[in-house]
Design a protein around this ligand. Structure first.
Ligand code: ADP
Length: 474
């Protein structure tokens, strides 16, 4: 079984302890990574701190050039990294609507190149006979990045590249469930970046908490569950660290009654089931008008029954396994509860007989807000379809949730869709699509889905502090 070291201060670090990484399609380990403890997390932070003065003083154009070189390294190692992502997450190499490991690599590369070119110029807010006032952006120092298991490489890129671009140094702790592709990426990156600029440590909550509470870490960028986000915020409060938290979502989609059901259903299915529903901004609750409810449910159930589930390394597979056993148990418990709560399982409804963590793509009708499957984030291949009779009611039900990451409205009438969209309580709203993020548009949650945004110039700014410079002329 291949073993991956951590990279700290530019050196490969192996320890006595390792984490076995399970391939969820087989239910057995395929690789292992070396693991840190809190003391080694301190060493990594010290390495990042030591590298900070030189990296932050490196001319912007040179940092940009090196980040483009990281993008090229991802590009030239795409087949290897795709296979690692598929083995550790279960997601197919290509997958439903091409949203698989290939897209994860393509996204990682695109975000890297785009972010490398975002300008960070000072802003002039006043220049008159009294004074010249400029707003400058400075790096924060050491950034700790803590990432989840669903899009391990792409989310790491979302954290690391803007942090480095702005002149910070980084310690990344990937999820203990999926640390392999990130470990390999950091190894590749260290052939390009100066030592200590980008470090990786492996471990679970204790290593994450060691970074969160560390006095020499200036910012935490975290993507993961709302529960863990709250713990991180609390751990970061002692030293008043800057935070970007991208947390859970329970995204609602509202289908207005004018749509062509057959044309829209495949798009809705893709929005709910890509990556097996394990994306923070997947469509997780679907509100459909009375007049089209049966037809839409039937069409979605047909698509669910036809989706090909299997090992993501095999050609033609749409959906892989759920990423880990604990998540499979959550999805199954929600299916059991949905049945007991009076939901009609129109397709799927149970785990597949397998050593892997497979669950049948599942469509549930007949539930509404107040049932667990509608109120809680399922993060798996099971979608509740909720009936509504007037649009105001649908908007109320969509907003009746502590989460506020994304939302969508589906209609042929773009003015009507926009009017509904603007009333949804969420950080991004899509019309006639759902969950499509892009490197130039800020993305983040409102309510309990997070703090701050990622991507584009707004996301980049979160890795800086403002220094206002006033030059008096009087
Ligand atoms: P999930 O496993 O569902 O993605 P988590 O939010 O538990 O959700 O995990 C996301 C990341 O947060 C992982 O890298 C995990 O190891 C890390 N983590 C878990 N608990 C803590 C904690 N208390 N402090 C810091 N990091 C944590």
């Amino acid at each position: 079984m291949k073993s991956y070291p951590m990279i700290i201060g530019g050196k490969a670090v192996e320890t006595g302890s390792t984490i076995a990484v399970i391939n969820p399609a087989l239910g057995e380990p395929f690789a292992q990574v070396h693991a840190a403890d809190a003391a080694l997390a301190d060493v990594a932070v010290a390495a990042a701190r030591a590298a900070f003065p030189a990296w932050s003083a490196t001319p912007d154009a040179e940092r940009s050039r090196l980040l483009h070189a990281l993008g090229s390294a991802l590009d030239s190692h795409t087949p290897e990294l795709m296979e690692l992502v598929t083995c550790e997450t279960g997601k197919p190499l290509r997958g439903l609507n091409d949203v698989g490991a290939g897209m994860e690599l393509a996204g990682a590369i695109a975000w890297t190149h785009f972010t490398a070119d975002i300008p960070l110029e000072p802003e002039l807010v006043q220049d008159d006979e009294q004074a010249r006032v400029e707003v400058h952006r400075k790096p924060l120092g050491v950034v700790a990045s803590i990432t989840p298991w669903n899009w391990p490489l792409m989310i790491s890129i979302w954290h690391v590249i803007p942090a480095l671009r702005a002149g910070n140094t980084v310690v990344i702790k990937p999820s203990e469930y999926s640390p392999v592709a990130v470990s390999r990426f950091v190894e590749l990156a260290n052939a390009i970046l100066p030592p200590g600029v980008l470090n990786v440590v492996n471990g679970a909550a204790t290593v994450g908490a060691a970074l969160t509470g560390h006095p020499d870490v200036n910012k935490i960028v975290f993507t993961g569950s709302t529960r863990t986000g709250k713990q991180i915020m609390s751990g970061a409060s002692a030293t008043l660290k800057r935070l970007t938290l991208e947390l859970g979502g329970n995204d609602a989609g509202i289908v207005l009654p004018d749509v062509d059901v057959k044309a829209v259903a495949p798009k809705l299915f893709g929005a709910g089931f890509h990556n097996n529903g394990q994306t923070c901004a997947c469509l997780k609750r679907l509100y459909v008008h009375d007049s089209q409810y049966e037809a839409m449910c039937e069409e979605l159930a047909r698509l669910a029954r036809n989706a090909k589930v299997g090992n993501g390394l095999d050609a033609g597979v749409d959906l892989g396994p759920v990423q880990n056993r604990a998540q499979l148990d959550i999805v199954n418990a929600l299916a059991v509860d949905a049945r007991e709560a009076g939901g009609h399982i129109l397709a799927g409804g149970k785990p597949l007989e397998s050593k892997g963590f497979f669950f049948e793509p599942t469509i549930v009708a007949g539930l509404t807000n107040g049932s667990r499957l509608v109120d809680e984030e399922q993060f798996g291949p099971i979608l509740p379809v909720v009936r509504y009779s007037d649009v105001d009611e649908a908007i109320r039900l969509a907003n009746d949730n502590p989460n506020g990451l994304g939302g969508s409205v589906w209609s042929t009438d773009s003015a009507a869709a926009l009017a509904v969209a603007r009333r949804l309580e969420c950080g991004t709203v899509w019309i006639n699509e759902h969950g499509a993020v892009q490197p130039n548009a800020p993305f983040g949650g409102v309510k309990q889905s997070g703090i701050g945004v990622e991507f584009g110039k707004h996301g980049l700014a979160e890795f800086t502090s403002i220094q206002t410079v006033k030059i008096s002329k009087s």
